[in-house]
Design a protein around this ligand. Structure first.
Ligand code: NDP
Length: 450
């Protein structure tokens, strides 16, 4: 590592010592940038990295709401507007009890690079709350979303900051958030949120985009290494939006998905997962994945044990798609997976594999599709939704899907060409970081010290 990078990292760690996810995300990026910073001494003169790791703005706010028992509840809301140098801040909202400033900053930081890789004009942001939607009634969800938007509306706008969904924020929540925004502003500004319902300005294929995009990226990655999906056994962690549509597309390409999970445990169905049943359980009924056994009694269910490798990763598979949450795969889990003969990992979630495990996979010649590139299909299609909203027009499913495929193919190309240029082999993570950084650094440099 160069001295400049080492110094910036040391300062970042000192200043944000209680933010472990944020430090992890910054380290993962900066540690790969040495070849670029060595060639460009002006970055140090203009404190470019110091500016890059400091958010332009962090908003933190109170979200009071009333539960079904008439009791007042108070949650904490966030919006991190990290870097707007290539476009309006763009990034999802996460509602999960684990949400804190460190997780918000890590996600917003990753988003800067992800959004740059899409080739579309969007900056990096993220937001959310420590609100737990699990077990809440529809009325409680609406009450929370309305209160959250009462404050958030001051800070967003179609030319300023455009939130979308993430963990715990799907079509239902976006609907309530948009409704409240529209009421407060007394205007129909469709481009202020993405992931909207099709009836009021949403884009076809947005729901499928992150999962489909992951598989398009992996198709290109496998092809570049003389492999494909046909006949491969696939396991997926998670059973939410990303997991479901990754499962659908990879099945279309001839692979067999044998396991999916939620935070409680995992189901294994050797005949291949019945995805229609998963969609019913998760998208409609909002039940635990264990309920799968009621319709498929021959499948097996394994409960997760706190502090132990999540059950889904102990199942033998050629391809593993972590599509749940961050830091799901550590070195111990990676060792199990390598022993089981895994050939490729696709990061559908953000930062699901920690850096030690990533390096272990690369050393063992396991292909790794890095999150900030491989799961960029969601935000890319969100940008296409903004584009359709500006035109006051819409594209067909096929048109959006084709654009998404082209974007993901180009993202892989950028990762591979950069990895080749810098002699990084199959380290597509370093390729992604460098390609994205160069674009953001050029935009920041052009705009002066701000
Ligand atoms: P959903 O809320 O739809 O689904 C999340 C899934 O992950 C659920 O199955 C959930 O299980 C599981 N999960 C969540 N937290 C944990 C946890 N702490 N431990 C174990 N399992 C957990 O979210 P998405 O599918 O939208 O998001 C999944 C990942 O993909 C996240 O990392 C997100 O940041 C990333 N991502 C999402 C994009 C999108 O367009 N939606 C775009 C790019 C990235 P349970 O129900 O039990 O909590």
């Amino acid at each position: 590592m160069s001295n400049y990078i080492e110094n910036v990292l040391a300062k970042t760690k000192e200043k944000n010592s209680n933010e472990k996810e944020f430090i992890q995300a910054v380290s993962e990026v900066l540690e790969t940038l040495k070849p670029v910073t060595d060639k460009n001494p002006e970055y140090e003169k203009t404190a470019l990295l110091e500016r890059l790791v400091e958010p332009e703005r962090i908003i933190s706010f109170r979200v009071p709401w009333i539960d079904d028992n008439g009791k007042v509840q108070v949650n904490r809301g966030f919006r991190v507007q990290f870097n707007g140098s290539i476009g309006p801040y763009k990034g999802g909202l996460r509602f999960h009890p684990s949400v804190n400033q460190s997780i918000m900053k890590f996600l917003a930081f990753e988003q800067i690079f992800k959004n740059a890789l899409t080739g579309l004009p969007i900056g990096g942001g993220k937001g959310g709350s420590d609100f737990d939607p699990k077990g809440k009634s529809d009325r409680e969800i609406m009450s929370f979303c309305q209160s959250f938007m009462n404050e958030l509306q001051r800070h967003i706008g179609h030319n300023l900051d455009v939130p979308a969904g993430d963990i715990g924020v799907g079509a239902r929540e976006i609907g309530y958030l948009f409704g409240q925004y529209r009421k407060i502003k007394n205007a129909f500004e469709a481009g202020v949120l993405t992931g909207k319902g099709l009836e009021y300005g949403g884009s076809l294929a947005r729901k499928e985009a992150t999962g489909f995009g992951l598989i398009y990226y992996m198709r290109e990655m496998l092809k570049a290494n003389n492999l494909d999906f046909k006949g491969k056994i696939v396991t997926i962690s998670g059973s939410g939006n990303v997991a479901i549509y990754a499962a659908q597309k990879v099945t279309e390409y001839g692979a067999k998905v044998v396991a999916m999970s939620d935070s409680n445990g995992c189901i294994y169905d050797k005949d291949g997962i019945d995805l229609d049943e998963i969609k019913r359980l998760k998208e409609v009924e909002r039940l635990r994945i264990k309920e799968y056994l009621k319709k498929h009694p021959t499948a097996q269910y394994t409960e997760n044990v706190e502090g132990k490798t999540p059950a889904v990763y102990s199942i033998k598979a050629d391809i593993v798609l972590p599509c749940a949450t961050q830091n799901d795969i550590n070195i111990q889990t990676a060792e199990i997976m390598v022993k089981n003969g895994v050939i490729a990992i696709g990061e559908g979630a953000n930062m699901p594999v920690d850096i030690e495990a990533i390096n272990y996979f690369i050393k063992n010649k396991v292909l790794l599709a890095p999150a900030k590139a491989a799961n960029a299909g969601g935000v890319a299609t969100s940008a296409l939704e903004m584009c359709q909203n500006s035109m006051r027009y819409f594209w067909t499913f096929e048109e959006v899907d084709k654009k998404l495929d082209e974007i993901m193919t180009n993202i892989f190309k950028a990762c591979k060409e950069t990895a080749d240029e810098y002699g990084l082999g199959i380290n597509y993570l370093a390729g992604a970081n460098i390609a994205a950084f160069k674009k953001v650094a050029a935009a920041m440099t052009a705009q002066g010290i701000i």
